[in-house]
Design a protein around this ligand. Structure first.
Ligand code: MN
Length: 142
């Protein structure tokens, strides 16, 4: 159905996210740190990225900010995976450029519902972009 990249350093969380995504029919790519995740995102262009916030080295917020600044990856939706549930965190996550977040530990139905909703809005976001791209081409001709 969709190619989804999971960037997560905790093996148990990665295994669970992978299992849930595969059970929903998705192809899963994974990385254990931000640097490997950025490389995979550029090279393999996943439809969606699940980004752990607390990673060794570069954290998930910094990695998301880099993804959103890079022409090659800026349109890929990023969902933060966060164990943090304090007020102010959602603002920090949104400010970094994340399109949504999923709290850990995962609630299975909510997890899959969030993935489905993000994939649906990614699809609908692509349609107007295609229509807009067609217009300037004809105006360039004249
Ligand atoms: Mn982590």
């Amino acid at each position: 159905m969709a190619k989804i990249l999971v960037v997560e350093d905790n093996p148990a969380n990665l295994a669970l996210a992978t299992f849930l995504l595969q059970s929903a029919g998705h192809a899963v790519l994974s990385a254990n740190d931000a640097e490997a995740g950025l490389t995979l995102a550029r090279e393999l262009q996943p439809a969606l990225i699940l980004m752990d916030i607390q990673l060794p080295g570069m954290d998930g917020l910094k990695a998301t900010a880099l993804l959103k600044r890079d022409q090659a990856t800026r349109t890929i939706r990023v969902i933060a995976l966060t164990a943090l549930a304090m007020s102010g965190d959602e603002e920090r996550i949104r400010a970094a450029g994340c399109d949504g977040y999923i709290a850990k530990p995962f609630a299975y139905r909510e997890f899959l519902a969030t993935i489905a909703a993000q994939l649906a809005s990614a699809d609908s976001a692509r349609l107007p972009a295609t229509a807009v791209a067609a217009a300037p081409r004809s105006s360039l001709v004249r």
